[in-house]
Design a protein around this ligand. Structure first.
Ligand code: NAD
Length: 260
């Protein structure tokens, strides 16, 4: 992979104002791609971090629960920069509760943001990718796209669905220069996981440090968090020529979680 090999390409990374999305956006920017940022976090901070890497950025505030806003985001990017070349479906939320107590509105939000939004972005960017016969679609699923954990029914259902959508999209594009793959992280210390650590510390009456070790030791044999930068490097690899025939995989980066 040559430095800057993605220059001239446009990447849309949903949910890229923090955490994994911002990490992947920065790594794609380092490889030369211009970035369409989306999400509800610190927008100015995200844009200045991306632009400091020498590439342009655009921002769209689409709520990924709303198909009309997603369509508007894809149209805005196309009108400014032409079709999207790299789509990273990353926006996601978590809600934890047993299935018989799971709030219906939370179920709907998790499915809409973590699964249906990827259907909408994918259907909207594919025609432009087909025109150029090149594209990369990366779905940020999770180990929870491969295995389950108690109290995460909506999240596990959405992520398993996202792995399924990945495979179908990969098959439908198999004879083209467009690839579609899922990335399945284990624990990554982002705001999404920090909330779970804090809740564990409170419920178990332990320090945040102890709760962090408890969280890792339950599932992740390496006892290490995967970092957004490591995930970004995997995304960049999948965008390289070496990724031309990687199609429909669910690639875990999980410290051994799913090897057990
Ligand atoms: P995060 O909370 O740091 O980031 C989530 C991003 O999504 C933010 O930019 C947020 O503003 C955005 N977002 C949330 N709701 C949105 C909406 N309705 N419309 C548009 N944007 C919205 O979380 P993260 O940990 O970086 O998670 C990113 C992705 O990685 C998620 O899909 C998550 O399921 C997945 N993931 C995370 C972990 C982990 O351990 N952190 C592990 C596996 C998979």
């Amino acid at each position: 992979m040559t430095h800057g090999f993605l220059s001239g390409k446009t990447a849309l990374v949903t949910g890229s104002t923090s955490g994994i999305g911002l990490g992947i956006a920065k790594t794609l920017a380092q490889a030369g791609a211009r970035i369409v940022i989306n999400g509800f976090g610190e927008v100015d901070q995200a844009r200045s971090q991306i632009e400091a890497l020498g590439v342009a950025s655009l921002y769209h505030a689409a709520d990924m629960r709303r198909p009309a806003e997603i369509e508007d985001m894809v149209k805005m990017a196309a009108s400014q920069w032409g079709p999207i070349d790299i789509l990273v479906n990353n926006a996601g939320i978590q809600h934890v509760a047993p299935v018989d107590q799971f709030p219906v509105d939370k179920w709907d939000d998790v499915i809409a943001i973590n699964l249906s939004s990827a259907f909408h972005t994918t259907r909207l960017v594919l025609p432009g990718m087909r025109q150029h016969n090149w594209g990369r679609i990366l779905n940020i699923a999770s180990v929870h796209g491969l295995v389950a954990s108690a109290d995460k029914s909506a999240y596990v259902a959405a992520k398993h669905g996202l792995v399924g959508l990945t495979k179908v999209t990969a098959l439908e594009t198999a004879t083209t220069g467009i690839t579609c793959n899922a990335i399945c992280p284990g624990w990554v210390l982002t705001p999404l996981v920090q909330k779970q650590v804090d809740a564990k510390a409170q419920s178990a009456g332990v320090t945040v440090e102890q709760a962090t070790r408890m969280l890792l030791s339950e599932k992740e044999p390496s006892m290490q968090f995967t970092t957004p930068e490591e995930l970004g490097q995997l995304a960049v690899f999948m965008c390289s020529e070496a990724g031309n025939n990687i199609r429909g995989v669910a690639w875990n980066m999980d410290g051994g979680w799913t090897a057990q």
